[in-house]
Ligand binder design. Structure first.
Ligand code: PLP
Length: 403
């Protein structure tokens, strides 16, 4: 048990919301207790933080995903011995390329770093002078072509390299936009609209000898996506390591054409005079990423899917029979392609809005992070621990019936 002084200190660390101290919103424990592994120190509590049940999915700012014990074994193994970082990157990359049936691969510090390194590789090749000068190369500004509908926050990771993004709409414009300054074409796999299909995109790149890059960071499951895009002919592909694959949150995969992966490594740490020096990946993360991928490829994906559907059903049953409440399972088409639960109700009847329920879950015991807010409460179940599913169902029921 924590004493009162400690409790006050913990509460003091919480943010203010709408002028009210968040501490005022935290409700009394409802009896639900989270089972967590026992350690000699409870660091998060010491720091005044409240860990939460993750019903939002693999959100970076919420620390992404939890690593499995076999992944942690790789972290611990690596932490006890020295090894050449470059050699480890090479060997781990070979193993990953074998697993993914592609020419070459590397572990980056995440998909965003993979995007910067891949772009850098397309600009510099193995030219050490250009690698040193990036992002301020002499001569005309290099260009990366992107579909208008594919502009997204993460294209900053490509703009980092000092290039100009050229926006196009449709295959004709894309082909016309190619010139001697073009260094790469960027595809956003999860974009809701494609004016150029993947097949057309790759074909145009090949026809003009311009490398094509697909950012598919959040796009497993399905597991096949790890193989599909290089098979289609994309020259570079990146995935986050710390989303559904449950590798380190600070790791990702960049893979594809061998010459480009070699160039990406030259632009990467540990080389001091490189654009990627700040994207450090240590031996623990490299090894852990390899093991996370092994584990992910070896999983029974159908069984995982059934477990997630089962969780959706259990939470849905916990709130059924509440007047006006309706539940629906949904699966986003690309990215976070896993079963979710959407709960809707008549706000006047139950005297509570989805946004209010979200807040009450966040400040309740234990804390639960849910999605949605507007017209519905949305839950992603794949990042929950099995024993948390019942707690989430019960807490939502409590909040929907307290009005
Ligand atoms: C999450 C994400 C990224 C960034 O991935 P990190 O591994 O966190 O660097 C890039 N692009 C898309 C589409 C993403 O969803």
């Amino acid at each position: 048990m924590i004493n009162r002084r400690k409790t006050l200190k913990i509460l003091a660390g919480l943010p203010f919301i709408g002028g009210m101290a968040a501490s005022a919103l935290i409700t009394k424990p409802s009896g639900a207790k989270l089972e967590r592994p026992k350690y000699s120190r409870d660091f998060f509590t010491e720091l005044g933080l409240r860990p939460f049940i993750n019903a939002r999915g693999t959100i970076t700012a919420l620390s992404g995903s939890l690593m499995l014990p076999e992944v942690m074994e790789a972290v611990n193994y690596a932490s006890q011995q020295f090894v050449s970082l470059n050699d480890l990157q090479d060997r781990v990359g070979e193993r990953i390329a074998e697993m993914l049936n592609c020419e070459a691969a590397m572990v980056s510090s995440g998909a965003a770093a993979g995007m910067t390194l891949g772009t850098a590789a397309c600009i510099t090749g193995d030219d050490r002078e250009k690698i040193r000068l990036l992002p301020n190369l002499p001569g005309p500004e290099r260009e990366v072509i992107i579909q208008k509908t594919h502009r997204f926050a993460y294209d900053h990771a490509v703009r980092n390299c000092g290039i100009k993004l050229v926006e196009v709409d449709g295959p004709e414009e894309m082909e016309q936009a190619i010139n001697e300054r073009t260094v790469m074409m960027l595809f956003y796999n999860a974009a809701s609209e494609h004016s150029v299909s993947k097949v057309e995109f790759v074909a145009i790149g090949k026809r003009h000898n311009v490398p094509t890059f697909n950012d598919a960071a959040a796009d497993v499951p399905p597991v096949d996506n790890l193989f599909k895009y290089t098979e289609m002919g994309f020259d570079l592909v990146t995935f986050s390591g710390g989303k559904a694959m449950r590798g380190p949150q600070s790791a990702g995969l960049l893979f594809g054409r061998k010459d480009l992966i070699e160039a990406a490594k030259m632009n990467n740490n540990p080389n001091a005079d490189s654009i990627g020096r700040g994207f450090k990946v240590n031996k623990e993360e490299m090894l852990a990423m390899m093991v996370a991928l092994e584990n992910y490829l070896g999983r029974d994906h159908e069984k995982d899917w059934q477990e997630w559907e089962n969780r959706v059903d259990r939470i849905a049953s916990a709130v059924e029979n509440i007047p006006t409440v309706e539940t629906e399972q949904y699966v986003p088409a690309v990215a976070n392609h896993v079963p979710h639960l959407r709960i809707t109700w008549d706000e006047e009847e139950l005297e509570v809005t989805p946004e209010e329920v979200r807040e009450k879950l966040r400040f309740g015991h234990p804390s639960i992070e849910a999605a949605g807010g507007g017209n519905s409460l949305d839950l992603s179940v794949f990042m929950m621990q099995p024993e948390e599913v019942g707690i989430v169902g019960r807490r939502i029921r409590e909040e929907l019936t307290s009005g």
